[in-house]
Design a protein. Structure first.
Lengths: 332, 291
């Protein structure tokens, strides 16, 4: 783990803005250039990017590999579904607020248990706890709809509701996309502040050398717990945003194989960089969507990509690109 | 009383296949320190091969012949293990656990679809063996005789494995490698060979678990992923890397499953996962593991 060079330190904040600005403009303008289907697909990618961003606070910055992040994604999704079913709520802001509460509750509870361990035990413990939630969602069908899932209609955004005759696709590709995009920008900004803060540096210190960090005075378990909760909240928020887009939530998103997909996205993009998980999530979403559309053997395709990736490009897309860029600059 | 006997037999039935899958997983972790997420798919592969040979390729052959051929799935699984370890997994022992988990997760996806590719999306059954053996009456109820065969094979496999690990020269070398790979290597043990052998045995056990369950249940896609999490629970309760632990864990999980299905079916799985989490909290190394 320590052999991979940390590449995100070298750039100044100003440089980052020059990178981020064109991307932001592109994301704002894209719905006008591409069709509704592509816009919705991109919205899925951005939502997974929020989840992967949260996940990577644990893997990339704190050095803890969770195999149970599907739990928080599912908590977000089911919070929204329950609010629709039992409270008859429609406001997206209300959903987001509700998800923040539930995902904090669940991740504090799970985190308190899990951060006592590291390495493989942490991974298995997170996996076991997420499977508890999955099995509950699966078995208590009179509450959760079981494998049929729960339907979630189009929510109202900032008080504006979708009219009776209006097209849902146009809603999802229009206002809802921008809603997701706004929260995506917010999440990226918040995460950037977190990882650049002294707290973020302390997490990296814990990752690199636990004993040293402890001697410097870092409260390891507390810091890990906070990172765990922040990570869970980001992933929960992603789940809440995902549900109206998908229209339905099923226990599948709580299953540990979905946690595996989150790990996949993050490593595909590169877990040692800030932008890696974002790129990885968007790319993974395209890969999976097209592979599923192209062949029933999409798992085979993705599996081969994953194996080749860990064999030959362990730093992911972002890490490999950064290294290629550095080499090109040295050559020039 | 009859009902109680049937519950006990069912618990033993679960424990028998659980021990085979979890024992293999634990053996592999104990020797190589690698958690193989594709282990459940090896089990499923064993089930598919046996179902294919016994249920469709040679359907209608005499029952005795079918019994002899049933372990073919275990051999096929062992072959897969013998190929995978040196070609792929060996590169990952020195790398971070993240990569080990990821590469085996990739293998999980690949194997899942290879089975779909080879045998199609429909369940594959070999129920002739299950039906031919008939059933025996316990009190007023009937109990399938084949289940007793599964329990018997599980017991024999456990005994063989114990003898193999604790009573043979190979077992001594295996345990030495498990305890201290570098020291064993320095004393002249060919660690690479031990690794491939241990991995093959682990896969053989998983494949055997799949092969013997397939006459009673069909081989279906997704059975591997389900089996993996159950094997995880067993191994976590018993202790990663401990064979005794896998045996005791399999009994505990078998009993809880059987009790759960009759008494608290809704939370049966949740109780199992919570048990695993609880054991990890109190004794992270499991009941029988070394920290």
């Amino acid at each position: 783990m320590s052999t991979v060079a940390v590449v995100f330190e070298a750039r100044s904040p100003l440089r980052r803005v020059t990178w981020a600005l064109p991307v932001a403009v592109l994301l704002l303008a894209l719905p006008y250039a591409i069709g509704a289907y592509q816009t919705i697909l991109l919205a899925y990618g951005l939502i997974f990017a929020i989840a992967a961003l949260g996940f990577n606070l644990l893997l990339g910055y704190t050095g803890l590999l969770s195999f149970g992040h599907s739990a928080y994604f599912g908590v977000g999704a089911y919070t929204v579904a329950f609010m629709v079913k039992y409270l008859h709520a429609t406001s997206m802001e209300f959903f987001v607020a509700g998800t923040l509460v539930t995902s904090i509750l669940v991740s504090v509870l799970f985190g308190f248990v899990c951060v006592r361990y590291t390495r493989i035990f942490f991974g298995i413990l997170t996996l076991a706890l997420s499977q508890v939630l999955w099995s509950l969602a699966f078995k208590f069908f009179w509450v959760t709809g079981g494998t049929d899932g729960l339907r979630v209609p189009a929510p109202s955004l900032l008080g504006l509701r979708l009219g009776a005759g209006e097209d849902k696709i146009a809603f999802l590709a229009g206002p809802y996309y921008y809603y997701v995009l706004a929260l995506f920008f917010l999440c990226v900004a918040v995460m950037w502040v977190i990882v650049s803060s002294p707290f973020g540096r302390a997490l990296q210190a814990i990752r690199d050398n636990e004993t040293r960090a402890e001697f410097v005075g870092v409260q390891i378990r507390t810091y890990r717990l906070i990172a765990f909760v922040v990570s869970g909240v980001f992933t929960g928020l992603a789940g809440a945003l995902w549900v109206p887009l998908n229209g339905l939530t099923t226990p599948d998103i709580m299953h540990w194989t979905f946690s595996g997909e989150l790990v996949f996205m993050t490593v595909l993009g590169g877990f040692r960089t800030f932008t890696g998980p974002i790129i990885g999530a968007v790319v993974f979403n395209y890969l999976k969507t097209y592979a599923v559309g192209f062949t029933v053997y999409w798992q085979l395709f993705l599996g081969v990509i994953l194996v080749v990736l860990v064999l030959s490009l362990p730093t992911g897309i972002a890490g490999t690109a950064a290294r290629a860029l550095a080499r090109a600059r040295r050559a020039a | 009383m009859d009902v109680f006997v049937i519950h006990v037999l069912n618990a033993l039935l679960y424990a028998s296949t659980l021990f085979l899958t979890a024992g293999g997983l634990s053996l592999i972790y104990g020797v190589m320190r690698i958690v193989n997420l594709a282990h459940g798919n090896i089990y499923a592969f064993g089930a598919y091969v046996s179902a294919w040979i016994v249920g469709s390729l040679l359907a209608g052959a005499p029952t005795a012949v079918l019994y002899v051929l049933l372990p073919a799935g275990a051999l096929a699984a062992a072959l897969v293990g013998a190929v995978l370890e040196p070609t792929l997994l060996r590169r990952f022992y020195k790398r971070a656990e993240e990569y080990q988990l990821l590469v085996t997760f990739g293998l999980l996806m690949i194997l899942e679809d290879l089975m779909r590719l080879l045998w199609g999306p429909f369940p594959l059954s070999a129920s002739a063996l299950f039906e031919n053996i008939g059933s025996l009456s316990i009190g007023e109820s009937l109990y399938p005789g084949y289940n007793l065969v599964v329990i018997g094979i599980g017991a024999v496999a456990a005994a063989f494995l114990w003898a193999f690990v604790y009573r043979t020269k190979f077992g001594v070398v295996l345990r030495a490698t498990s305890q201290d790979m570098r020291m064993a290597s320095a004393l002249g043990v060919n660690v690479n060979r031990i690794y491939v052998q241990a991995f093959t045995i682990g896969c053989f056990m998983a494949g055997l678990g799949g092969a013997i369950i397939v006459p009673a249940q069909s081989a279906v896609l997704g059975m591997g992923v389900d089996a993996l999490v159950l094997a995880f629970i067993v191994v976590v309760i018993g202790g990663l890397g401990s064979l005794e632990g896998a045996l005791v864990g399999a009994f505990i999980v078998g009993v809880v499953r059987e009790a759960g299905i009759t008494l608290f079916p809704e939370i049966e799985l949740a109780v199992l996962y919570l048990m695993a989490a609880l054991v990890l909290l109190i004794r992270p190394a499991g009941l029988f593991g070394r920290a």
